[in-house]
Design a protein around this ligand. Structure first.
Ligand code: G3H
Ligand code: 13P
Ligand code: ZN
Length: 290
């Protein structure tokens, strides 16, 4: 299929109590793993690419990275018969505009570092640009930290305040809202409990679909409850990297003489397919593209 705007599936997920998986890719093989897993599970899915992944793919030039990924995402989506969206994850203002122009079907502006007023004003502008060409728009209120291996203070995380969420959604016109419920990006073990009361309070005031970032570090019990309480898009990155890199590490450890990248990248891709399939089943999406 051609790349799809995934919003109808996210809205269906909200009605029926499941969540669309959004899976980060840094390499060609990781993007392929997402669509092959989605196909195997007959599920809609989202390939997403972060600001730092774009910088990596574009060898330091994130706009070049966007161009590569726009082409790869299009071909990956067309290689399967299930709906696939291509999403810009944690984009800057400039990246969001470029992604829209290059055919991404979904974009996120990351207003981290801006005041609420600045975040609203930039998001509103970008949302108008996205909607003018039928692209789905996500933005965030509150903080899901990106400690990148450094220490952080769990108690100091700014959760999404329900009233700010209402103000933000009403003022910007976004389609989906990323909420901060205590999760943290990049954790390698499932050690976080979400603030589900906060989620319920947001849900009672905000009707658009809600997005969970940093799911790799969140207990599966809380992800499940969070989905029941209205999380309709769940972002997964670190769990995929663990599977991909772990399989590659095993192959390389077992064979000092191996030099052909295909011989270790293929097992990495296969291992990631299994994790994406497991997450798709866990989020309740299997069979939804039938
Ligand atoms: O939210 C972003 C994802 O965790 C990917 O992180 O900045 O390492 O690509 P990254
Ligand atoms: P994790 O790396 O913790 O899975 O976070 C994914 C994410 O939120 C991408 O936006
Ligand atoms: Zn994120």
């Amino acid at each position: 299929m051609t790349l799809q705007n995934i919003l109808p599936w996210i809205r269906q997920a909200r009605q029926e109590g499941w969540a669309v998986g959004a899976f980060n890719a840094n390499t060609l093989e990781q993007a392929q793993a997402v669509v092959l897993a989605a196909q195997a599970e007959e599920a809609p899915a989202i390939i997403q690419v972060s600001h730092r992944a774009l910088t990596y793919i574009g060898s330091g030039n994130e706009i070049q990275g966007l161009k590569y990924i726009a082409a790869i995402g299009k071909i990956a989506a067309e290689s399967v018969a299930v709906p696939i969206a291509l999403h810009l994850d944690h984009g800057t203002e400039r990246e969001v505009l470029q992604a829209i122009a290059l055919g991404f079907t979904s974009v996120m502006f990351d207003g981290d570092g801006y005041s609420l007023e600045e975040n609203i004003s930039i998001t509103k502008r970008l949302c108008e640009a996205a909607h003018s060409v039928g692209v789905c728009m996500e933005a965030e209120v509150g903080e899901v930290p990106k400690p990148d291996g450094k220490a952080y203070d769990q108690a100091a995380i700014t959760l999404t305040q329900p009233e700010e969420a209402v103000q933000f959604v009403n003022a910007t016109g976004i389609d989906t809202l990323a909420v901060a419920l205590g999760s943290v990006h990049g954790l390698k073990t499932k050690q976080i409990s979400l603030d589900l009361e906060c989620l319920a309070a947001i849900r009672s005031r905000v009707s658009i679909p809600l997005v969970l970032h940093g799911s790799s570090g969140v207990s599966d019990r809380d992800i499940k409850q969070g989905i029941a309480l209205g999380l309709c898009k769940v972002n997964v990155a670190t769990q995929l990297n663990q599977a991909f890199t772990g399989a590659i590490r095993d192959v390389l450890h077992g064979d000092d003489g191996l030099v052909d990248p295909r011989k270790y990248l293929a097992p990495g891709r296969d291992a990631q397919i299994e994790v994406v399939r497991e997450r798709i089943r866990f989020f309740g999406v299997s069979g939804k593209a039938k």
